[in-house]
Design a protein around this ligand. Structure first.
Ligand SMILES: Cc1cc2nc3c(=O)[nH]c(=O)nc-3n(C[C@H](O)[C@H](O)[C@H](O)COP(=O)(O)OP(=O)(O)OC[C@H]3O[C@@H](n4cnc5c(N)ncnc54)[C@H](O)[C@@H]3O)c2cc1C
Length: 428
């Protein structure tokens, strides 16, 4: 079977690219191992809501049309949103078609799938940035009576034994899961490493509104000073609760969650925590305040300030004066450990030499270092918002333009842009 272009993955990134390829009359097929929106259907916990407001899920030719633009979609609503997008764009998706191997051919790529071989000239990798949860090596040494879970295995507190729970990681996933488990009556200890504190609402508006309006989410990969760092910053400490409340270390402490430093190792059955909790919290407060300063300055320059509520600052993060630096698992305090230590993509099926020494795909703004191969949906691929649903549209428009030029025999420049960048403000 053959198509000019093959897209691997029918999440929002693959669907946005499909729509842009259709607009350019480039024949293509989207190969999906599960169903449309598979990750949202099968890999998320029950109570999860998007941390981006409804208005902020703009895809090429599609957006939110309901009466709750500031609300946050449940998983069911997210799946329905993407299924509807696939339907209205008539995306040529082949479901239950897992790509198990990709190799280079003379004129493109050959893809082995459970449904036979596909060939193409252009290959778009839209298989997701969060396929595998990161689990530190020390997990292997944990005593067998401690149950461990990744966020992909976690569904709700009911699946956990009674007793204490250690959540490792305090970015969006970790703080949300910690809060839910603590509220279920299981005492939570949260190991806190680097994190980015963020108020849910600021001066009467959603923080995402501010970052979108001030152009922070549009910052481009070719304008940023430290791209490697930007591609590795943790997710913002945010949750999409219907009551718009802020979720941070202070709100967790108020619920009774115990804070400890970053999990640094394990010795003789004791978890060891770094002594950096106070520093990490202070650094996070500093970064948040720097961002809020930048937003205030932007607001003042752009006459938004007069309409917005007054400038506000938040109480510094409270941390215990001397948090424990070890925890003896033999004491039985902890029955379950949840690894909220980030995610990484899975390209184990890509048998083309496009990886750097750290196993990351070599690419320039999504133009992969192999002729006719493209990447979508990765963190800061072309813009700060690239891994968000809202970021796929601009990336797909630019990369589909590159694909069209490449197919026409014109080598386009990867930095090709479809519009002028907006005024630059702070970096997060
Ligand atoms: C817990 C969590 C919460 C998030 N919350 C938000 C949020 O609130 N707002 C927001 O904008 N973003 C959010 N994101 C980020 C982002 O939207 C997701 O990472 C998103 O799923 C990425 O979209 P994607 O289309 O690139 O990948 P995915 O949605 O993961 O889609 C990739 C698709 O490729 C398929 N696939 C993978 N490998 C193969 C293969 N070998 N063969 C065939 N098919 C394959 C998968 O089944 C999947 O359907 C969140 C991410 C996570 C992990």
């Amino acid at each position: 079977m053959r198509a000019t272009a093959l897209v691997v993955g029918a999440g929002h990134a693959g669907l946005a690219m499909s729509r842009c390829l259709t607009e350019r009359s480039i024949d293509h097929v989207v190969l999906e191992r599960g169903e449309v929106a598979n990750s949202w259907k099968t890999e998320r916990w029950d109570s999860l809501r998007l941390l981006t407001p409804n208005w902020q899920s703009r895809l090429p030719g599609y957006g939110y049309a309901g009466d709750d633009p500031d609300g946050y979609r449940s998983m069911g609503e997210t799946v329905a949103f993407l299924e509807r997008y696939a339907e209205i764009t008539c995306a040529p998706v082949r479901t239950h078609t897992a790509v198990s191997c990709v190799r280079r051919t003379e004129d493109g790529y050959a893809l082995a799938t459970g449904q036979g071989e596909w060939r193409c000239r252009v290959l778009v990798l839209a298989s997701g940035a969060c396929n595998i949860p990161n689990v530190p090596a020390l997990a292997a040494a944990l005593p067998s009576n401690i149950a461990t879970l990744t966020p992909m295995q976690y569904r709700n507190p009911g699946q956990l034994e009674e007793g204490g729970v250690m959540v490792v990681g305090a970015s969006a996933t970790g703080v949300q899961i910690a809060e839910e488990i603590q509220r279920s009556g299981r005492p939570v200890t949260l190991a806190v490493g680097e994190h980015i504190r963020m108020p849910r609402r600021y001066r009467g508006r959603d923080i995402q509104w501010w970052m979108d309006a001030a152009g922070i989410l549009d910052q481009r990969y070719d304008e940023i000073e430290d791209l490697v760092r930007a591609r590795n910053v943790p997710s913002l400490q945010l949750a999409g609760y219907p009551d718009y409340r802020t979720l941070d270390l202070n709100s967790l402490s108020a619920l009774g969650v115990k804070l400890v430093g970053r999990l640094a190792g394990m010795r003789e059955g004791k978890l060891q925590f770094s002594g950096s909790l106070a520093n990490q919290a202070a650094l996070s407060d500093l970064k948040m305040n720097r961002l809020l300063d930048a937003l205030d300055e932007w607001a003042a320059r752009n006459a938004v300030g007069a309409q917005a509520e007054p400038r506000e600052r938040f109480a510094p993060t409270r941390v215990p004066a001397s948090p424990p630096i070890s925890l003896d698992l033999k004491r039985g305090e902890i029955r379950t450990l949840v690894w909220a230590t980030g995610y990484r993509p899975d390209f184990s099926w890509l048998d083309v030499p496009v990886f750097d020494r750290k196993g990351r795909i070599r690419h320039d703004g999504g133009v992969v270092d192999s002729p006719g191969m493209y990447l979508m949906g990765a963190q800061f691929l072309r813009r700060r918002k690239s891994a968000l649903i809202d970021g796929a549209g601009d990336d797909a428009r630019e990369l589909s333009a590159h694909i069209a030029s490449w197919l026409a025999g014109r080598a386009a420049h990867p930095h090709e842009r479809s519009g002028a960048p907006r005024e630059r403000t702070a970096e997060v």
